[in-house]
Structure formats: C-alpha cells, structure tokens
Design a protein around this ligand. Structure first.
Ligand code: ATP
Ligand code: MG
Ligand code: FE
Length: 346
C-alpha cells in the first residue's frame, strides 16, 4: 500500500509518499521537507502565527513535489494521512484540512495520525523492529519513556516534570547567544568544548521512577554563564559541552531506570524525536543498549526531526490494521501518546 503523509504541526512543512507492498517491505518514495528556520530565526523561536501562514503558502507545492518525486499520482495513493496533533493548532489545521480535501477528491481513506505516534513508529520504517520496545521520545515539546507494545498501544513509563530535552537545548542555546534552532548549534559548539569544566547537576539521577527534570540544569548553565560573563567563544563551547554531557548522563540514567520497570522484556531500545539526531546521545544509548543486551534503533537524522515519511508510515501501520478516520476528526493542540488507541473513527 502507498500512503501520502502530511506534517505541519510545528515549523516544518513536509509531505512524503511511503510504499509498503507487504508487511516487512517498505520504501520511502519521496520525503519533502521545507523548514521555516529563516522565517522564525529573527524571533529566536517558532512564532505560531508565522508558522501557520507559512504552511498555507507552501503546502500545496510540497505535496505536489512529493507526489512528483515519488513518480506517482493521487489516484494511485491508497490513503492520505496527516498529523492531527499535538502541535501548534494553526499549522495542524492547515495540514489536516489539506489531507481531508485530498482524500475526499481522490475518494481515498483518510488517516488522522498522532504526531508522537509517528515519531514512536519511525524506527519500524527503517529497522525491522518488533513490538514491544522501549522508546525514548525526546523532541522539542516532549520527553517520555514508553513501552511501545503495538500500534495504538503505548504505556507511558516516565515523562518530564518540566522542560523537554529539545526545549532545554533550545533555551540553553538562546541563553548563550546561539541562533535558533538551538539543538544542533549546542552540539556543534560542544564538539570543541571541555565537558568537565563546569560541574552541572544530573537531575533525578538514581531515582527509580523513570522521570526527567531539565529546568534545574538549564538554570545551572545560566548561573555559570552569569558568573563568568562576558563569555568568550571558549566559554560558550565549554558551557555547551558541559551541558550536553549532563544531558547525556541524565538520558542514560533515566533510560536505565525505564528498562528496570519495563513490563516484560523489550525487543529493542528505540530513540526518536529531534534530540535523537544528537550524536553524543546516540553513542551513549548505543553503549546502554549493548550493556543491556538490546539492539538500539535510531532513525537516520532526517527521520528524527519532523518529516512527512513518519506520518505516511504511521498511516501504513494504521491502514494495515483497518484503522481509517472520519472527516470530522478535529485538530488537537494537546494529544498525549498514551491516549492513542488502535481504534477507527470511520
Ligand atoms: P514535538 O515532536 O514534541 O511536537 P517538535 O516536532 O518541534 O516537537 P522535533 O522536530 O521532533 O520536535 O525536534 C526538534 C527538537 O530537537 C528541537 O528542540 C531541537 O533543538 C532538537 N534537536 C534537533 N537536532 C538536535 C541535536 N543535534 N542535538 C540536540 N537537540 C537537537
Ligand atoms: Mg521543527
Ligand atoms: Fe516532532
């Protein structure tokens, strides 16, 4: 089956076509992503109104290009999927409405995908990972550890009590005068910095419950920066390296705690979401997976951050279970993954 996927929940306008002739076989025929970085950069973060308008302006073109690059036509598509949330509501409305219209025109099923479910299932698009697996979902808006037991069966083991990890990266970057989006910038600075120069906290380390807390770490970076201001380029690099080292320690410690409370035995450790693009995080999780006798699945970088292929793939997974949606499905700003069920609305 061939699914067109549309993603507009944040600051990436994306569309992709994924083809899966039978279970275990899959090909990404196209994956078009247009990032709005330039539009938001002057504001140091995503501005919802600007994002929504930008999605409206380019989505038609991105969808047309995804179909064209896939060498396919709307009439050859088996379903149209779109992220129905969670995310910035203006953008979600644009993608969802467009997907519904395309599905109606083509007379094809429509599938409303939870953006977090798409991140959660993306490892099955690129690696043949079997359920159940332990998922670390670390993105700009979310940081959760989940037992993924099947499509529409997500058990939350832990979550952040304050900031998401990606958010902590972004805020740290902003504080240090680095451009938006901060995650990749902090990683780049950290490469030439000294991770041991600043003694930063490892919040919640050693706790049995696999929860996260990032705001104290962010504050600790701010206090150090204020203490040694004005910052030289070396100071910035050292602060980034020390921050990233603390995040990596926290990620490993919290993920280890989740492995202890995982119901049964996971088939793999999976990391998804934008933060999964971070090489230090990936390397540390690989070590943890090895020491736990587990396989680590981390999507390629282009599938870690927001993209249409993961939406199309979630569409494939749902369609395969006969899960189609009603045109009345509403866009949702908030939609926790643990609330997603394997239920059809059409
Ligand atoms: P959500 O998926 O929770 O709705 P989102 O879609 O905005 O949020 P993603 O696009 O999945 O999030 O990820 C973006 C986040 O990932 C940003 O916070 C960004 O800073 C972070 N990120 C991206 N690349 C890296 C990296 N190399 N190192 C650390 N963080 C990164
Ligand atoms: Mg983004
Ligand atoms: Fe995302």
């Amino acid at each position: 089956m061939r699914v067109l996927g549309i993603e507009t929940t944040c600051d990436e306008t994306a569309a992709a076509v994924v083809d899966s002739p039978r279970e275990g076989e899959v090909e990404i025929l196209s994956n078009e992503v247009l990032s709005q970085i330039a539009e938001h950069a002057p504001y140091g973060g995503v501005v919802p109104e600007i994002a929504a308008r930008a999605h409206v302006e380019v989505l038609d073109r991105i969808v047309a290009r995804a179909l064209e690059k896939a060498g396919t036509k709307l009439s050859e598509i088996d379903a149209v999927a779109a992220a129905a949330g969670p995310g910035l509501i203006g953008g979600v409305i644009v993608g969802l409405t467009t997907a519904k219209a395309l599905a109606l025109v083509a007379g094809k099923p429509f599938i409303a995908v939870n953006h977090l479910e798409a991140h959660a299932l993306s490892a099955r698009l690129t690696d043949k990972i079997q359920f159940p697996y332990l998922l670390l979902l670390a993105s700009g808006g979310h940081t959760q550890l989940l037992a993924v037991r099947g499509v529409g069966d997500y058990l939350r083991l832990g979550t952040t009590m304050d900031d998401a990890i990606g958010e902590a990266f972004d805020k740290t970057a902003k504080m240090l005068g680095l451009p938006y989006p901060g995650g990749p910038q902090v990683e780049k600075e950290a490469e030439r910095g000294d991770p041991e120069r600043f003694a930063l906290p490892r919040p919640l380390a050693g706790r049995a419950e696999p929860d996260f807390s990032l705001s104290g770490l962010k504050t600790a970076v701010r206090l150090e920066a204020e203490r040694i201001a004005p910052l030289t380029p070396t100071d910035v690099a050292d602060l980034c390296a020390s921050f990233q080292a603390a995040v990596v320690d926290v990620v490993v410690d919290r993920t280890r705690a989740a492995l202890r409370v995982f119901p049964g035995k996971p088939n793999a450790l999976v990391v998804a979401g934008g933060v999964a693009a971070n090489q230090s995080v990936r390397r540390a999780l690989l070590r943890l997976a090895n020491e736990s006798g587990l396989r680590l699945a981390a999507p390629p970088l282009s599938l870690c951050t927001d993209n249409g292929a993961m939406i199309a793939w979630a569409g494939v997974e749902r369609l395969r279970k006969g899960l189609k949606d009603d045109m009345g499905v509403a866009p949702r700003a908030r939609w926790p993954l643990a609330e997603v069920k394997a239920e059809a609305t059409a």
